[in-house]
Design a protein around this ligand. Structure first.
Ligand code: NAP
Length: 242
């Protein structure tokens, strides 16, 4: 059975990706940290799309939980091959650098960057054995451009972009592609407090994007036919930055 693991699948962009991949016939592993109610909603949307899946909660910022929970799942489910890994779980905790405290730096780096390493390394072994895989990292415009008030988040996302390009070169010959998607402003809980009216004037298409528009890009890169696209960063930002 072909599986897709989506970290941070309980809400926002991750949820839309879960539903899109279910629609394409993948068994979806919906990861999240603590919001079981929302994760259950994602799973029911997966089922409504005619798909199957299960919840797999663990904290992507905690390497022992990743090993314990995801590692055990992989060991116990040899018939279910994770062909697609979407590293989507992320947080932001903005502050100007002068006022940023250690905890803000550490949490954002652990959740957005270290998670890439610990989750991907576990999943990569079986992809290498199968000589097939699609790894898609959800980064951000901040990681390309740098945004004031987000030194932590910009550093983490830029780090994942570098890792995407490096890993793509390591595993290209084994049938595994590694790409990143850099959303601009997307309507989710993460952008809830932002002044959309003001910000959308800066965006060439004059609106925030939808999670489904990011999911569409993820499904494109996740397809078997996207085999010759690797090491790339695809912006989904309404033309905000290029
Ligand atoms: P969101 O609506 O805030 O959802 C975040 C998701 O990540 C939730 O499912 C949450 O799980 C999960 N999560 C957070 N910390 C986690 C952890 N430590 N372990 C496991 N899961 C965790 O965010 P979003 O807007 O969909 O963002 C998704 C990704 O896109 C993030 O990487 C974000 O940086 C990136 N992005 C978003 C935008 C945007 O405009 N929205 C723009 C650029 C990039 P719980 O429900 O359990 O909390």
């Amino acid at each position: 059975m072909k599986c897709a693991l989506v970290t941070g699948g309980s809400r926002g962009i991750g949820r839309a990706i879960c539903v899109k991949l279910a629609d394409q016939g993948y068994y979806v592993l919906v990861n999240y940290k603590s919001n079981t109610e929302e994760a259950e909603k994602t799973l029911s949307l997966v089922k409504q799309a005619g798909g199957y899946g299960e919840l797999l909660p663990f904290d992507v910022a905690d390497k022992s939980q990743i090993q314990e929970i995801l590692g055990k799942w992989i060991e116990g489910n040899e018939e279910k091959q994770i062909d697609i890994l979407i590293n989507n779980a992320g947080i932001r905790d903005d502050s100007l650098m002068a006022w940023m405290v250690d905890e803000q730096w550490d949490n954002v780096l652990k959740t957005n960057l270290d998670s890439f390493f610990h989750v991907t390394r576990l999943v990569l072994n079986s992809m290498l054995a199968q000589k097939y895989g699609r790894i898609i990292n959800i980064v951000s415009l901040s990681g390309l451009k740098g945004l004031a008030g987000q030194t932590n988040y910009s550093a983490a996302k830029a780090g994942v972009i570098g890792a995407t390009k490096a890993l793509a070169q390591e595993v290209g010959r084994q049938g595994i592609t590694v790409n990143a998607i850099a959303p601009g402003f997307i309507k989710t809980d993460m952008t809830e407090g932002l002044d959309e009216k003001e910000l959308k004037t800066l965006i060439p298409v004059k609106r925030f994007g939808t999670p489904e528009e990011v999911a569409h890009a993820a499904a494109f890169l996740a397809a078997p036919e996207a085999a010759y696209i690797t090491g790339q960063v695809l912006s989904v930002n309404g033309g905000l930055y290029s």
